[in-house]
Design a protein around this ligand. Structure first.
Ligand code: NAI
Length: 695
C-alpha cells in the first residue's frame, strides 16, 4: 500500500493503493508505520511523500466515513479523526524535512496531508485539482485543514476556500499560496523534491514556533471581526442554516485560531465528529458522493453491447443549447459539426466557444494547445452534406414538433450506418418524436440542462422502442463528455421537468392565494431551493409553460383549468405580453444593465394579504413536499429506474434542497413518521397533490 524507496539519504514514501489512494484506517496505519521507520532511521535525512497512482491522494475513504457515521458514536468519530491528526503531527514535527510531491489530485485529506508537509510541489497539469472540498458534500475537514490552511495563507483566503469547497488547478493553487512550486512534468517532480530537501535540512512549519503570528488580521482584531461578520452573513445568505458542516467549519477556524495549534486541531476533530453525526452529512454523502459515483459507472448500461464507436458528432441548432452542447462534445474529443439555418446563430456559436476556451486558458484550466485542438474539432455549417457519416446527431432546434420532424427527415441520409439520433427536447414526448423520425429503435432523448457547459447532469430518455445499443452508446457518450447520466422512461416532462415544474406551480398558486410575491421568493430560497419559483418561471419562460399546457390539453383532449399556469399564462402571455426573462419582462422587471426586481404591478392583479409568520413553515414545506410527492408518483409509474437516480437528478438537475439528499432521500432525512404526518397534514389542508399513496 505504501512503498518506501531510497534515493541516497532520502526516503520516498509512495502511496499505491489498488484502486485509488484514499485515507482509510488501513492506509493511514500503513503510512504511519512507513513514516515511523523513515523518521527513526538515522541514515534518512529527509522524506518525499508521493504516489504511484495517477492521483496523489483523492481524500478520505468514503466507506470508512460511512462506517463511522453508522456507529453514531461521536467519541469514535473523534478518535478516528484524531488518529489521522496524530500521524500528520508526527510527520511535521518528526525532525526531518518532508516534501509533498503532488502528481495528481490532492483533495480533502490528501491535501491536508500535503499541508502538514514542509513544502509542496505540483506538476503543472490543469487536470490536477487541489483543495478542501469537504463542505460541498456536507462534511468538513478533519485532518487539520481548518487549522493549517489559515495559519499558512491567512483568514480571508482560507475561509473562502473551506466554505466554498473550491478545487484549484496547480497554477491557481500556486497563486493562492496553497502550494509553493509547480514543475512542468512528472519527471521533474522527484528531482525538484530531492533538491529542495537537500537545500532545507532543517525545515519546520512556522505554526510550531513560539513566536508564530498569523499573516494578515488575527481573529480578535477589528479586521478579523469584520471578516467573520461578513463570512457569517454570506454563509447565512447562501445556506439559510441548512448546512451544519459549513457552520462547524467556520466555528473550527474561528475558535481554533485563538488557541495554540494543538488545541486548534482538537477543536477541529470535535466539530468533525459533530458534523458526521448530522442527518445532513449522511444525506449529502450518500447522494452527492456515493450515488453520483455509482451513476458514473453506468449501472443501467446493457452489458453485452460493445463500446460506442462514436467519432463524429453533429448538433442541429446552434442556439443557446446547441452551441453549449457542441462545446462540451468537442472538449471531450469528438469531431463536432454544428448545423443551423441561420448564419448569425453559427457565428455567435463560434464566438461562444472562443470566449469559453479563452477564459479557460486565462484561468489556466486549459493549456493553449488544448484550447486550440478544441477549436479545431469544432466545425460550423449551413449544409447537411458536411454532417455525412455522423455517428450521433443531437437535435436542439426550436421546440416545435413539425420543425423537429422535418430536420429528422433531412438529416437521416447523412447518419453513419449505425448512427443514432437524439433530441434535446425538454418537453415533447420522445416516443412520438422517435416515430415521427421513422427510426424509433435508434432514437433517444438526451436532455441537457442550461448552461450545458457547466451543468453536470444528463437525463437520458428512453422511447418505447429505443434499443439496447442506443441506450448503451448514449451512456458511453455521457461518460465521455463527463456528465452524470440518469436513465428515465418516457413521460410528459420526463422526470426532471415534471418534478421541478411542481415547485414553480406551487409558487403560482401562492400568488393566486394572495401571498406577497417577495415572501414567496424568499421562502422558496429559505426552503433550500436555489432560486425563488417566480424567478424560475421567468427563466423557463411563462410562455413556454403556457404553450406546453395548451399542447398537453390538445394531446390528451382534456381541460387543465385548475393548473395555475392556465389562468396565469392567459393573463401574462396573452393579455400582458410578459412572457419571462427572454422577453425582458415577466414576474420580474429586467432593467438593462441593472438588477432584476419584482414587477411592482403584480399586486394589482394578485391582491396580497397579511401572512402570519406562523404560516411560514407550511409555505416552505409546501415547496418541498409537493416535489417529493410528484417524484414518488413518477417512481410509482415506472418513469425512474431507481429512486437514487432521482435523488442525484434532483440535486444536479435543478438544485433541489441538497442538504436533504434529494427528492426521495428527503423522507429518510425527515424521518418516515414525521414525514408521513406532515404529508397528511398538507394533503388535508392544501390538496391531494401532496398525498403519496402506498408510501
Ligand atoms: P434557441 O432558440 O436558442 O435555438 C434554436 C436554434 O435552432 C436556433 O439557432 C435556430 O436558428 C435553430 N434552428 C431552427 N430551425 C432549424 C433547422 N431547421 N435546422 C437547423 N437549425 C435550426 O433554443 P434553445 O433554448 O437552444 O432550445 C433548443 C432545444 O433544446 C429545444 O428543444 C428546447 O426545448 C431544448 N432545451 C432547452 C433548454 C433551455 O434551457 N433553453 C434546456 C433543455 C432543453
Amino acid at each position: 500500500m505504501i512503498e518506501t524507496l531510497r534515493d541516497g539519504a532520502y526516503a520516498l514514501l509512495l502511496w499505491g493503493m489498488p484502486r485509488v489512494n484514499v485515507l482509510s484506517a488501513d492506509s493511514v496505519r500503513a503510512f504511519a508505520e512507513a513514516l515511523e521507520s523513515a523518521l527513526t532511521d538515522s541514515a534518512v535525512k529527509g522524506l518525499v511523500i508521493g504516489s504511484q497512482n495517477k492521483e496523489f491522494i483523492a481524500g478520505a475513504d468514503i466507506e470508512t466515513i460511512q462506517r463511522l457515521m453508522e456507529t453514531e458514536n461521536s467519541q469514535s468519530i473523534f478518535e478516528a479523526s484524531w488518529q489521522i491528526q496524530s500521524v500528520f503531527l508526527r510527520l511535521e514535527t518528526g525532525g526531518k524535512p518532508v516534501v509533498a510531491a503532488i502528481n495528481g489530485a490532492a483533495l480533502g485529506g490528501g491535501y491536508e496531508l500535503a499541508l502538514a508537509c514542509h513544502h509542496r510541489i505540483a506538476v503543472d497539469d490543469p487536470r490536477i485539482e487541489i483543495g478542501l472540498p469537504e463542505t460541498s458534500i456536507g462534511l468538513m475537514p478533519g485532518g487539520g485543514g481548518t487549522q493549517r490552511l489559515p495559519r499558512k495563507i491567512g483568514l480571508m483566503g482560507s475561509l473562502e476556500l473551506v466554505l466554498e469547497g473550491r478545487r484549484l488547478r496547480p497554477q491557481e493553487a500556486l497563486q493562492s499560496n496553497l502550494i509553493e512550486e509547480v514543475v512542468p512534468s512528472q519527471d521533474a517532480l522527484m528531482e525538484r523534491a530531492l533538491a529542495w530537501l537537500q537545500a532545507h535540512p532543517r525545515a519546520s512549519n512556522p505554526w510550531h514556533q513560539p513566536d508564530f503570528q498569523l499573516s494578515g488580521p488575527r481573529v480578535q482584531s477589528e479586521m478579523g471581526r469584520n471578516i467573520f461578520a461578513a463570512a457569517i452573513a454570506r454563509l447565512r445568505e447562501r445556506s439559510y442554516g441548512h448546512y451544519p458542516g459549513l457552520v462547524h467549519a467556520l466555528s473550527a477556524i474561528y475558535e481554533g485560531l485563538q488557541v495554540p495549534f494543538l488545541q486548534g486541531l482538537q477543536i477541529e476533530s470535535l466539530y468533525f465528529a459533530k458534523t458526521l453525526m448530522t442527518p445532513t452529512a449522511r444525506a449529502m454523502l450518500k447522494t452527492l458522493f456515493i450515488e453520483r459515483q455509482r451513476l458514473l459507472h453506468l449501472p443501467h448500461r446493457p452489458k453485452s453491447i460493445s463500446p460506442a464507436p462514436f467519432q463524429k458528432v453533429a448538433i442541429l441548432g446552434a442556439g443557446m443549447m446547441g452551441r453549449a452542447i457542441a462545446y462540451v462534445t468537442a472538449s471531450a474529443g469528438y469531431e463536432t459539426w454544428v448545423k443551423d439555418t441561420d448564419e448569425k446563430a453559427l457565428s455567435y456559436a463560434q464566438r461562444f466557444a472562443q470566449d469559453l476556451t479563452e477564459k479557460a486558458v486565462r484561468r489556466r484550466r486549459l493549456s493553449a494547445a488544448e484550447a486550440d485542438s478544441i477549436q479545431k474539432r469544432l466545425h460550423y455549417t449551413l449544409r447537411y452534406e458536411d454532417l455525412s457519416g455522423a455517428d450521433l446527431v443531437i437535435e436542439a432546434v426550436f421546440e416545435s414538433r413539425p420543425i423537429k420532424t422535418q430536420v429528422y427527415h433531412e438529416v437521416r441520409p447523412y447518419l453513419s450506418e449505425k448512427g443514432i439520433l437524439a433530441s434535446n427536447t425538454s418537453t415533447l414526448p420522445i416516443t412520438g418524436l422517435a416515430e415521427a423520425a421513422g427510426m424509433p429503435e435508434r432514437f433517444i432523448g438526451l436532455h441537457f440542462f442550461s448552461p450545458a457547459e457547466r451543468m453536470p447532469l444528463l437525463e437520458i430518455i428512453l422511447g418505447k422502442a429505443t434499443n439496447e445499443e442506443t441506450l448503451a452508446w448514449s451512456l458511453d457518450f455521457a461518460k465521455q463528455i463527463g456528465k452524470v447520466p440518469i436513465v428515465v422512461r418516457d413521460s410528459r416532462g420526463f422526470f426532471t421537468s415534471r418534478v421541478f415544474g411542481t415547485y414553480v406551480r406551487e409558487g403560482l398558486r401562492m400568488l393566486q392565494e394572495g401571498i406577497p410575491p417577495a415572501l414567496i421568493e424568499n421562502l422558496g430560497r429559505q426552503a433550500g431551493m436555489p432560486v425563488g419559483p417566480l424567478a424560475l418561471a421567468d427563466e423557463v419562460s411563462i410562455s413556454l409553460m403556457y404553450s406546453i399546457l395548451r399542447q398537453t390539453e390538445a394531446d390528451l383532449g382534456l381541460s387543465l383549468a385548475d393548473d395555475p399556469v392556465s389562468e396565469i399564462g392567459a393573463l401574462f402571455v396573452e393579455k400582458l405580453g410578459r412572457s419571462g426573462r427572454k422577453a425582458g419582462k415577466g414576474f420580474y422587471e429586467y432593467p438593462e444593465g441593472g438588477k432584476k426586481y419584482l414587477w411592482p404591478e403584480l399586486s394589482t392583479f394578485f391582491p396580497t394579504r397579511q401572512v402570519d409568520p406562523q404560516a411560514y413553515e407550511d409555505l416552505k414545506d409546501r415547496f418541498l413536499y409537493v416535489q417529493v410527492a410528484e417524484a414518488f408518483r413518477t417512481y410509482q409509474e415506472g418513469v425512474l429506474l431507481e429512486k437514487a437516480d432521482g435523488d442525484v437528478g434532483s440535486i444536479l438537475g435543478w438544485g433541489f434542497a441538497p442538504f436533504t439528499g434529494g427528492v426521495f432521500h428527503f423522507v429518510e432525512w425527515t424521518g418516515l413518521e414525521r414525514f408521513r404526518q406532515r404529508m397528511e397534514y398538507l394533503a388535508h389542508r392544501y390538496g391531494e397533490r401532496f398525498y403519496i399513496p402506498n408510501l
